[in-house]
Write a protein that binds this ligand. Structure first.
Ligand code: AP5
Ligand code: MG
Length: 186
């Protein structure tokens, strides 16, 4: 099962991905988590992306694509995966398509979590994990970047007829039930 879990910052991608991992036993690939890990460990990649992430902007496409393509070569992804935070621009989506075609595989479903903007802001500002991009100013930037650069990805997959919208408001378990309904049909 190969899934893209999509949605604006704070929509609950990471939260729901954890539940999908436990229930369906497939690995989670979060580009944001990989970047944060690299920043924490002061790797070359971490040094390259730190100021961009801190500002709430997007890491350049070629850096992200190289990272994901490299990661997906790992055997652990052979039986499926959940992509969280990728693809986030149309060029990234096209690069993913090329990678999938080269490997004679495809994505089974694209789930987008829909949450009103006021709730996104509220969730992010009350997260309390000390993320450097969780300040009111950075949240504004991230939402603007989402609208300008990431939302077009939704139309890209809509044109392919792959999108299922899931209402992202409710309790974490309620939302997971909605996601399971979609995934159990695959
Ligand atoms: P990334 O890590 O992907 O962050 P994001 O998209 O901004 O989203 P979040 O992680 O903030 O939200 P989420 O949807 O995972 O929600 P969560 O489950 O945490 O990216 C960070 C940065 O990395 C980017 O800005 C960019 O710089 C860089 N980057 C990453 N990928 C990139 C790419 N492909 N290209 C370029 N740059 C890239 O939930 C949010 C909060 O709400 C939590 O506290 C949670 O507990 C709570 N919550 C969850 N569900 C509910 C619920 N149902 N009710 C109430 N609260 C809830
Ligand atoms: Mg996340």
């Amino acid at each position: 099962m190969k899934i893209i879990l999509f949605g604006p910052p704070g929509a609950g991608k990471g939260t729901q991905a954890k539940k999908i991992v436990d229930h369906y036993n497939i690995p989670h690939l979060s580009t944001g988590n990989i970047f944060r890990y690299n920043i924490k460990n002061e790797t070359e990649l971490g040094k390259k992306v730190k100021s961009i992430m801190d500002a709430g902007k997007l890491v350049p496409d070629e850096t992200v694509v190289e990272l994901v393509v490299d990661e997906l070569q790992n055997d652990k992804y052979d039986n499926g995966y959940i992509l969280d935070g990728f693809p986030r621009t149309v060029p990234q989506a096209k690069a993913l398509d090329q990678f999938l075609a080269e490997n004679s595989t495809s994505i089974d479903t694209f789930i987008t979590l829909t949450v009103p903007e006021e709730e996104l802001v509220q969730r992010i500002l009350s997260r309390g994990e000390g993320r450097s991009d969780d300040t009111p100013e950075k949240v504004r930037t991230r939402l603007e970047v989402y609208r300008n650069e990431t939302e077009p990805v939704l139309n890209y997959y809509k044109e392919k007829g792959m999108v299922t919208e899931v209402d992202g408001v409710g309790t974490i378990d309620e939302i997971f039930e909605r996601i399971k309904e979609v995934l159990d049909k695959i």
